[in-house]
Design a protein around this ligand. Structure first.
Ligand code: ADE
Length: 248
């Protein structure tokens, strides 16, 4: 899986790639990330990446040409990308399903916007997708690009050592995760649920599934409408609803 990230803050992006799961994936040759300084694609003495907005108003707008030149250069030197993604709060929401879709591609370019905005012709003429990581405004797309690289890389086979942990975790099946515990058996006056100490694998499995469903129902009920539940899960959900009717 190959990523190219175009930014005016290459050191900020490099720092975010230097440790953890993505860094290990890079060391293992499973993920290839190249970071490009947008100023290397400017044409003037001041290496300008922004200009005043047509129509007036506050702030500056990122110019289209440096971003377009950067993508042309990436295409020439690193091959044609499968997607060119502009990170912006106006984009489609980046979700686990979107991460899974991107993890099946071979080459993704990420364009980080800055300032008040990016000339809209970057979206229409250079990018293939526009993604937002959430309903809040960051000061630039750099952190968003790192979020995308992290979430996508860990779905690339081999990057996360234990493939089962990726499959079972929160959101991979559209549900929240079950709670986790380790030693000691009692902490802050709270005991680890007895079933987890019982050694009954089948009961542990059922407890985890049901607890994940209960959490999802209580905290994020809207996720249940799109989750693909199996027969056991539908039955458990019915049990939980009945339990809640008994003691709301
Ligand atoms: N740039 C600024 N805010 C952003 C967001 N929420 N998602 C993606 N890119 C951004």
């Amino acid at each position: 899986m190959k990523f190219d990230i175009v930014t005016i803050f290459p050191r900020m992006v490099a720092a975010g790639l230097a440790e953890g799961v993505v860094s290990r994936g890079i060391d293992q040759g499973l993920v290839d990330v190249a970071v490009h300084d947008l100023r290397d694609y400017t044409a003037d003495r001041h290496r300008s990446v922004d200009d005043v907005p047509y129509g007036g108003g506050p702030g500056m707008v990122m110019k289209p040409e440096p971003l377009a030149r950067a993508v042309d250069d990436i295409r020439a030197r690193r091959g044609a990308p499968d997607a060119v993604i502009l990170l912006s709060p106006q984009g489609r929401r980046f979700t686990q399903a979107e991460a899974a879709r991107l993890s099946r591609l071979e080459h993704v370019v990420l364009l980080c916007g800055r300032y008040e905005g990016v000339d809209d012709r970057v979206r229409t003429a250079v990018a293939t997708d526009e993604l937002s990581i959430g309903d809040y405004v960051l000061s630039g797309g750099e952190l968003a690009a790192l979020v995308v690289v992290d979430a996508v890389s860990r779905l690339v086979p081999g990057v996360v050592g234990d493939a089962q942990s990726v499959e079972e975790e929160s959101f991979s099946r559209g549900l929240l995760d079950y709670p986790h515990y380790t030693r000691p058996p009692e902490f802050a006056g709270q005991r680890v649920p007895a079933v987890l100490l019982s050694g009954h694998h089948e009961e542990v499995r059922r407890w985890r599934k049901k607890t994940a469903l209960r959490r999802t129902l209580e905290r994020r009920p809207e996720l249940l409408t799109s989750a693909a539940l199996d027969d056991e899960e539908r039955a458990m959900l019915e049990e939980i609803r009945k339990e809640q009717e008994r003691e709301p």
